[in-house]
Design a protein. Sequence first.
Length: 303
Amino acid sequence: MDYREALLLRAARESGVLAAVTTDAGTPNAVADRAGVTERAARITLDAMAELGYLESVDGEYEITNRALGFVAKADVRSIGPVPHALDCVERWIRLPETMASGEPPEPPAEWTTNFAGAMASVDEALVRACVTAAVHRHPDAERVLDAGGGPGAFAAEFASRGFDVTLFDRPDVIDIDRKLLEHEPIELVEGDATESLPAGFDLVFCSRVAHGLGPDENRRLLANAYDALDPGGAVVLVDSLRGRADGAALLGAHMLAQTERGDTYTEARFTEWLEAAGFESIEVRDVPGTDRQVVAGRRPTE
């Protein structure tokens, strides 16, 4: 998203223009009155949002399009899309100087988890298939898969569609969303904190873009827990953007500085260190074909 688009949408949300046009105001004058902004501000903002595809003119009034549904429809995260979460992140970027001084990002907005799940649910299907294929290649004989930090379940559903016995593990607030979202999928849902413990008895532990949201100590605990979750001979597979291999990995680290207390991006050597410390062997790092991400994998020794 162009920075101007992001900042315009943030201004529309913060000023009340977005709320006005998505409820009972359809003209620039009506939006200006409802939001308490100037008519010029309302007219220019609405025109720009229409040009960007968030609004359309119907019988002389602006109405939202499907692209803007995520601002008003929260019941089904699949209809939210990536934009509301992007604006939540922009807010934290704007307050990054404060975070740099305090070490703590601002408190999340009330709809942070819902918007985050909406963004994760909109992940490209080709990317999902490529990442799952890379994981399956690491342990083609696997039967039971644990998707740790699986979010709204795009990767878990892909594993399930391939015939794997899948368990999705995530925080309680995410699992609450998944109970409805994945009610027709053959996926077991388990809530908890992956840095504290994971359920056991799996052939494959899969983590997509979990590591960069965690600090080094948390990643060490995650991988130690993944080791315990695996049966002997099982494999852990992490998909992420590695420093020194993925374009934009350092900037993603800066994004984690703005969004999290401890997150960052890490090198191949760092992942290897953590995997070895957890007890894994046969460690390898490969690019995921057709994507800008890498797969980091290790195997629990056969006892």
